[in-house]
Design a protein around this ligand. Structure first.
Ligand SMILES: [Zn+2]
Length: 330
């Protein structure tokens, strides 16, 4: 069963979390495989998307926020778009859009940053938006502070967390076609709550970056975890091996209905909004050619069919909500 374990280091300004996605992850891969309009992911994409899903759960678990945390990578290589979306209740979904031949080589450089144009976006989309409220979004290039390309997602995201929250973070991520897993340790804010979208307390944190000895020691231990260990060992073994000399305070593990699990938020109405955004000409041309429009949700594979009458309704009805571009957060 998929599980999330959160913990604190007693008396030290450091917290951590470890996630193992098993059924939640294989569910996502199986739906992709069964989807007649897409193809099974190559191994390299499975690894990237699994790491994004695990990272999304870890990042969502560390913030006080009611809504979706969406990790997106806009690629300039064979992976055009990869998305992992995690709700506050830890339900999640993920998908990737591929183009052309996908190499066996793993890493961001081969998949999404071939010409240095890849970008990673972290979006916090509140569940109950007030009118006109836009989701918070941070966009980061896939490079380090010196401008060198980063090949590992874990480095991109820890760099992002350091910049956005002014808090040191260490991430280890790994995924294969059975497990997607991650370990995060993060220095805790000096004052108040951590907030991934930044805040007034940030200035107080800047002075602390890289200087906390407790964090530095724990981060070194965390970084010694290999991808193979992360994929094959159970959570108890990993925590014992890494932190046996540290005073850990454990929270109740989150699993089952309280834990990370697959769920899709697609609906006929949302698909209708997506079709609306394509424009009436495009929709008429598909209808003229095929007599109907068949769409399968790219996350869960759920089929949706719109005939001429349905399509007319889409364009006749006043547009209440914002329109959604294809591939954008839905
Ligand atoms: Zn769906």
């Amino acid at each position: 069963m998929s599980e999330l374990h959160r913990f604190l280091f007693d008396g030290q300004p450091v917290r951590g979390a470890i996630v193992r996605l098993t059924d939640a992850w294989t569910d996502i891969l199986r739906r992709r495989k069964d989807n007649t309009t897409s193809a099974q992911y190559p191994e390299s994409v499975t690894q990237l998307l699994g790491e994004m899903a695990a990272a999304g759960v870890l990042m969502q678990s560390g913030i006080k926020f009611n809504g979706a945390l969406v990790l997106q990578i806009f690629g300039d290589g064979p992976v055009k778009l990869a998305v992992a979306e995690v709700q506050s209740d830890l339900s999640l979904r993920a998908t990737a859009t591929l183009k052309g031949q996908v190499p066996e080589a793993t890493g961001l450089g081969a998949l999404v940053n071939v010409n240095g144009g890849g970008r990673c976006a972290i979006t916090l989309d509140p569940k109950d938006k007030f009118p006109g409220q836009q989701p918070y979004q941070g966009v980061v290039p896939l490079v380090d502070a010196q401008g060198c390309n980063l090949d590992r997602l874990s480095d991109v995201l820890s760099h992002y967390m350091l910049q956005s929250e002014q808090l040191d973070a260490t991430l280890v991520l790994a995924a294969n076609d059975h497990v997607a897993a991650g370990l995060l340790v993060q220095r805790m804010p000096v004052k108040g709550e951590s907030n991934i979208a930044g805040g007034a307390a940030q200035r107080d944190e800047e002075d602390q970056i890289g200087r906390n000895e407790d964090y530095n020691r724990i981060a070194t231990l965390a970084a010694s975890l290999t991808r193979d260990e992360l994929l094959t060992l159970d959570v108890e073994t990993i925590l014992r091996r890494l932190f046996w000399q540290e005073p850990l305070l454990r929270f109740e593990p989150q699993q089952g209905e309280q834990g990370p699990r697959f769920a899709c938020t697609c609906s006929r109405e949302r698909v209708g909004r997506m079709l609306h955004s394509l424009g009436v000409d495009e929709i008429e041309s598909i209808l003229a050619e095929q007599g109907q429009i068949d769409v399968a949700c790219e996350y869960c594979g759920q089929p949706y069919r719109f005939d001429l009458v349905d399509a007319t309704q889409i364009f006749a009805a006043p547009v209440m909500a914002h329109t959604v571009a294809p591939g954008a957060v839905q």
